[in-house]
Design a protein. Sequence first.
Length: 242
Amino acid sequence: MTDCLNCRQALTEGARYCHACGQSTRILKRPWLQALREVLDELFDFDGRMLQSLRLLLTQPGRLPLDYNDGRRAAHTSPVRMYLLISLLFFFVLPVILPPTPEAAPEHHFAVDLYSRGMFLLLPIYALLLKLFYRRFFYLEHLVYSAYLFSAMFIAIGAMMAIEELSNRYLLLLGVQLVILAYVLWYLVASLRTCYLEGWGKSALKALGVLLLFLPVLGMSIESASHWGQGDADPLLRLIKD
């Protein structure tokens, strides 16, 4: 048993915070590799919750935000952590797997950076649009849903982008892209149906309504950012605009 470094109260085994003063029991004076491993442990949820949450995210649309908003959170990765992890992977991994552009990398990396930051800024706007269609729910609940939804969209769009260049030459990969696109459309409706507990008809109409309001905002954001930055030669910008 050790003592709290702040108030010297005895700490119970495995305690993360002092029960007396509330200070974290984390020790800063330690090798940087140990500190890095602790950060990665927390980010990737090496206890298995991340893999379980990713499975639910992709195979049971709307289940994670429904459980989280209803208080069943212990078994799942939080929406903030899920979104940050997937967006970071998108930002760092996608430029590596994307085919190189004719000109060197600046536009190539700019597009991925644009999408990553743009979607982060547009997430609260998407949640606000949901509030128009689901008034009896709190705005925070819509933010939770949007964070999980955008995480799934990062994965789907990343998969489409990774094979876009090859899909121009191989018909099979073009078919794979169409399947992913169909999956995205199904996901939008199915996740609303599960999370907000409404039928397929209402969920489809509301998904269409949200998209009709959100896509112009997304398009204007991408257009203005691309003119402000570097052009739209990158596959990502073409994919979103098309």
